[in-house]
Design a protein around this ligand. Structure first.
Ligand code: NAG
Length: 341
């Protein structure tokens, strides 16, 4: 992905100058370019962080026809996703916004950025359900991450006012807030033999997986909307549906089935995808291959087996070879599917 590479090359920012870096990231709107030029170090963190949220997206959808790789290949990190305004686009906007918050916040705590550091408001005494404690150490400054992510990521949607922009802004916010939702208080006990009469605590972000799992659930329950008549907000697309809350993902267009390759719809198709013969779920061959059938190949695999614990402290295993059947979806039979690539 060119964008990522170019941001990574920002490591040489000193030699190249922020102007060159920022001019070489495709798809930035003016406001984003300005932010980039003012804060090239933040841009580096965002770029490095993009690998993580793309991986998380692919993890969440590894057993689905849509597996998040359109994002990997065609998406310019901050550009409009080719997924139009589907449920999948809603997820990508949310998780990428969350990823930007996460990356910036972490960089702040690690002292990598000029403009931020640990949360300066977490000072003095406070209390939780277990009693009083002193703020200490480094609390992750998630509010700063949220603020910057909002300014930077949302800038793209501020240029236009249509249903899609409204949808993106809404989902971006969901993603940003998801990170904050999983902040946790971590503490160290002091006092006589760990009696914990004195505690020092700090707020820390949870593993990004928590945010990924949460947004994945939000994807499942996403609500289809249309724009209301004055263009200021959403109306539910179908009278029977519930109204979305601030924390629901929303989308305006139905998704394709992702069975066939259709670049315009952001679908790579499922031919060649590995599927599970025994499952009737989304990873099962019937669903994954859209009824086209699958090929089976026999492969040899080396695994660790007969592992023994050796005193002390090692585990010794033997290498065992096993043969397993790997099933992969057949390509569509019609010759014209090639035309769509
Ligand atoms: C996702 O699916 C596409 C198309 O079927 C495949 O080429 C790609 O390797 C898959 N990506 C991941 C991360 O599994």
């Amino acid at each position: 992905m060119t964008t990522r590479l170019k941001i990574d090359r920002g490591r040489y920012i000193g030699a190249l100058g922020a102007g060159v870096i920022c001019d070489n990231i495709p798809g930035l709107v003016n406001k984003q370019r300005q932010l980039c030029q003012r804060h090239p170090d933040v841009m580096q963190s965002i770029g490095r962080g993009s690998r993580e949220w793309i991986q998380e997206c692919q993890h969440q959808f590894s057993h689905h026809r849509w597996n998040c790789s359109t994002v990997d290949r065609d998406h310019t990190v901050f550009g409009r996703v080719v997924l139009r305004s589907s449920r999948e686009a809603a997820f990508v906007y949310a998780i990428s916004s969350a990823g930007v918050v996460y990356a910036i916040t972490r960089a702040c705590s690690q002292g990598e950025l000029k403009i931020c550091s640990c949360d300066p408001h977490k000072r003095g005494r406070a209390s939780d359900e277990r009693g009083d404690f002193d703020w200490g150490g480094c609390s992750d400054n998630v509010n700063y991450g949220i603020k910057f992510a909002k300014a930077f990521v949302d800038a793209r949607e501020r240029a236009v006012r249509d249903a899609r922009a409204l949808m993106n802004l809404h989902n971006n916010r969901c993603g940003r807030m998801a990170v904050k939702r999983f902040m946790k208080l971590e503490c160290k006990c002091h006092g006589v033999s760990g009696s914990c009469v004195l505690r020092t605590c700090w707020l820390a972000m949870a593993d990004f997986r928590k945010t990924g799992d949460y947004l994945r659930r939000k994807y499942n329950s996403a609500v289809e909307v249309t724009m209301n008549q004055d263009g200021t907000g959403f109306a539910v697309a179908d009278r029977g549906l519930r109204r979305p809350t601030k924390n629901d993902l929303v989308y305006v267009e139905d998704s394709p089935d992702y069975c066939l390759r259709d670049k315009a719809a952001g679908s790579l198709g499922t031919s060649g995808r590995v599927c599970s013969k025994s499952s009737s779920g989304t990873e099962g061959c019937e669903v994954m291959c859209c009824g086209r059938g699958y090929d089976t190949t026999r492969v040899r695999r080396v695994t660790k087996c007969e592992c023994k614990f050796k005193w002390c402290c090692a585990v010794e295993c033997r290498d065992c070879e096993e043969t397993v059947d790997v099933h992969t979806c057949k390509a569509p039979r019609h010759a014209n599917w090639l035309d769509q690539t």
